[in-house]
Design a protein around this ligand. Structure first.
Ligand code: GDP
Ligand code: K
Length: 272
């Protein structure tokens, strides 16, 4: 039987456990991630002629070096290279939730976006699914894990997505930051780190300690130093480079949502 592996990821409380259970039934194995006491849950299901292993990643908001959960997720995706990363979002909180999705794309993951809790936005938000899918370069499935809606569609989409190519996705950080990214990327061409080069360059601009350490171990201090010079240069332009990078990601997300969703009720009504 053919075999693929998918990873489930999402912010806390998006319904990831509920989706995991719907996908895998009673087939869960619970252990720990190597070297830490963070729970690792694995399961599987069979679709047509294919066995699909499901790895549950910790519920997280970002992919920084400073959080153990975030590093577990990032390291797993980079080192184990799952065939597909299924990013589950809460449909009532898209802007916040899509931030992690954008980071996964920057990391170079092949993705499937699950709009969960769709029952809560019925008659409230209308999605232009093909536009959303086109802008985010991902297949999209709408689900309600608790109402068991969309689970078969999700299984089918996972199965079909293994064989598809997804287009290039990237956040445009503006002329100055993009020039710095290009320069750092060209230095990284000589390294054998398994990360996506653009992701590494961006993380170096964000002064990610794990990436700097890994480069130093590979005797590539020169790249870390060059990246620091780029940071200094950019900090002459932007008072807060880290915030600038984060805001560019949110600006992209807000633009995508604005052009591919419609609020069917006023904001006041949505909050009640
Ligand atoms: P996790 O933290 O991402 O694993 O989220 P859980 O699976 O524990 O779900 C968090 C809460 O959301 C629970 O109370 C679930 O019952 C609820 N929930 C999960 N999926 C849905 C859904 O599609 N619709 C609604 N209305 N609630 C959901
Ligand atoms: K939970």
């Amino acid at each position: 039987m053919r075999e693929f592996t998918i990873a489930l990821i999402g912010n806390p409380n998006v319904g990831k456990s509920a989706i995991f259970n719907e996908l895998t039934g009673a087939n869960a194995h619970v252990g720990n991630w190597p070297g830490v006491t963070v729970e690792k849950k694995e399961g599987k299901f069979v679709y047509n002629d294919t066995k699909i292993n499901v790895v549950d990643l910790p519920g997280i908001y970002s992919l920084t070096a400073s959080s153990i959960d975030e590093r577990i997720a990032r390291d797993y995706i980079v080192r184990e290279k799952p065939d597909l990363v299924v990013c589950i979002v809460d449909s009532t909180n898209l802007v916040r939730n899509l931030y992690l999705f954008v980071l996964l794309k920057e990391l170079g993951a092949k993705t499937l976006l699950v709009l969960n809790m769709i029952d809560l936005v019925e008659n409230k938000i209308e999605f232009d699914e093909s536009k959303l899918s086109e802008s985010l370069k991902t297949r999209i499935v709408k689900t309600s894990a608790t109402k068991k809606i969309g689970i078969d569609e999700l299984k089918k989409a996972i199965y079909e997505e293994f064989h598809k190519d997804q287009g290039e996705f990237f956040v445009n950080y503006g002329k100055d930051i993009e020039s710095s990214i290009k320069r750092i990327e060209s230095l990284l061409n000589s390294t054998e780190l398994s990360y996506n080069k653009r992701f590494l360059a961006i993380k170096l601009l964000e002064q990610d300690s794990v990436i700097s350490e890994e480069l130093k171990r590979l005797k590539k201090e020169n790249i870390v130093e060059s990246a620091l010079l780029e940071v200094n240069k950019l900090e002459g332009i932007y008072s807060d480079l880290e915030t600038e990078i984060i805001e560019k990601r949110y600006a992209l997300i807000e633009g995508v949502i604005k052009s591919s969703t419609k609020n069917l009720v006023s904001i006041e009504d949505r909050l009640t």
